[in-house]
Ligand binder design. Structure first.
Ligand SMILES: Cc1cc2nc3c(=O)[nH]c(=O)nc-3n(C[C@H](O)[C@H](O)[C@H](O)COP(=O)(O)O)c2cc1C
Length: 365
């Protein structure tokens, strides 16, 4: 998830070492918070008389042409290095086994070095996961200089169904030598949406999407948004750690920047009532998934916890527990399926309630 300015080295090996540094840093502590997602302010109303058996509860959904076992996408994280190929292989296997969507990390390395070995570090996801949606990935800073044909190449060469473009302005500002010229992105997105052969997803990386931004992008034809709000992996915090190592940090205060994930879901749904809204950023449990969907999301996405679980050989257990607890929450609200979960009554409390009122938003089910 990196962009470079002319000040920054552009050799592929530099990109590779930064991606690896990111991967390793996210596995350490201190890269989440200080925000929470605010999903804890979404209260599902307990139904003491659900008249359902756990076996009746169906967590599956249709997404594009695929049937997923639960409304989950493993967010784009990695690719470009030999280490990340191994990680992507495992992520692909997991996605296929549990029938959930899956993304790859920024494909910038593929543009700099079009060797089959670099492509393979991303393409391995589709190879391992033939029956789930695969999402290609590139940053806002890169699309400014890319032809639509080059983006098609990123999608085609890894067998992806969707192209995700990540917006990460706060990260760019705090990042040593990040891209400080954030102009021209909207115009490029308009052209890409118009000409590329696959749906475009717009995602943040941990600061959330607002109603206004989603509204502007929906008008351009974007139909899929991952809000990636604050409360999970904090990329400002990660860039601060990288900056400290290099003796250069400006913007420590921005560690608390961003729209908490729950607020971003409501913002996005109000900006584009008919779009596919994915709740990403800090989603960690089956209960989080249930709350996000009852609040108005269609699916959720998760990045860091999946990586951590994979590294600890706990990924199967983690995903099984996720779906099990999602089922419990559904049964306890009397929701037989995800469509019914979207419609269950909720109470919104605390700062989330305040946010919704002050911003003039409504909870659209
Ligand atoms: C190790 C790692 C690498 C990531 N790299 C990318 C990337 O290349 N492109 C991108 O769009 N998002 C990237 N992300 C952001 C995630 O896709 C996600 O939006 C964000 O981490 C919030 O989700 P989480 O709190 O579940 O981790 C990365 C996240 C992690 C943990």
């Amino acid at each position: 998830m990196h962009s470079d300015t002319s000040l920054e080295p552009r050799r592929p090996e530099d990109i590779e070492s930064r991606k690896l540094e990111h991967l390793l840093l996210t596995l350490e502590g201190g890269v989440e918070g200080p925000h929470t997602t605010w999903l804890e302010y979404v209260i599902l109303i307990h139904n003491a008389l659900p008249e359902l058996s756990l076996d009746d509860v169906d967590t599956s959904i249709e997404f594009l042409k695929y049937k997923l076992s639960m409304p989950l996408i493993i967010s784009g994280m990695t690719g470009g290095t030999s280490e990340s190929k191994t990680v992507n292989e495992k992520i692909g296997e997991l996605a296929q086994k549990f029938r959930v969507g899956v993304g790859v990390g920024s494909q910038r390395a593929m543009l700099l070095k079009r060797s089959s070995s670099v492509i393979e570090t991303y393409a391995v996801v589709r190879k391992k996961a033939p029956e789930v949606p695969v999402i290609a990935n590139i940053g806002a800073a890169q699309i400014k200089d890319l032809k639509v044909e080059e983006l098609e190449f990123l999608v085609d060469s890894i067998g992806a169904d969707i192209l995700a473009i990540h917006l990460n302005p706060a990260q760019e500002l705090v990042q040593v030598n990040g891209d400080k010229d954030l102009k021209g992105v909207e115009e490029r997105i308009a052209e890409i949406v118009d000409r590329i052969s696959v749906p475009v997803m717009i995602k943040e990386v941990g600061c959330g999407l607002s109603r206004e931004v989603v509204f502007r992008l929906r008008r351009l034809g974007v139909k899929i948004f991952d809000v990636a709000g604050a409360g999970g992996t904090n990329w400002i915090a990660i860039e601060i750690i990288r900056g400290v190592k290099r003796g250069k940090v400006v913007g420590r205060e921005l560690r608390e920047w961003g729209i908490p994930t729950a607020a971003a879901v409501v913002e996005a749904r109000n900006g584009a009532p008919d779009a596919c809204i994915i709740a990403g950023g800090g989603v960690r449990t089956g209960l989080d998934i249930a709350r996000a969907i009852a609040l108005g999301a269609d699916l959720v996405s998760m990045a860091r916890p999946i990586l951590v679980a994979l590294m600890n050989s706990q990924a199967d257990i983690y995903l099984r527990e996720l779906v099990e607890v999602l089922k419990y929450a559904m049964l306890l609200t009397g929701a037989r399926n995800i469509r019914e979960l979207r419609r269950v009554p909720i109470v919104v409390t605390g700062p989330l309630n305040e946010w919704i009122k002050q911003r003039g938003l409504t909870i659209i089910k």
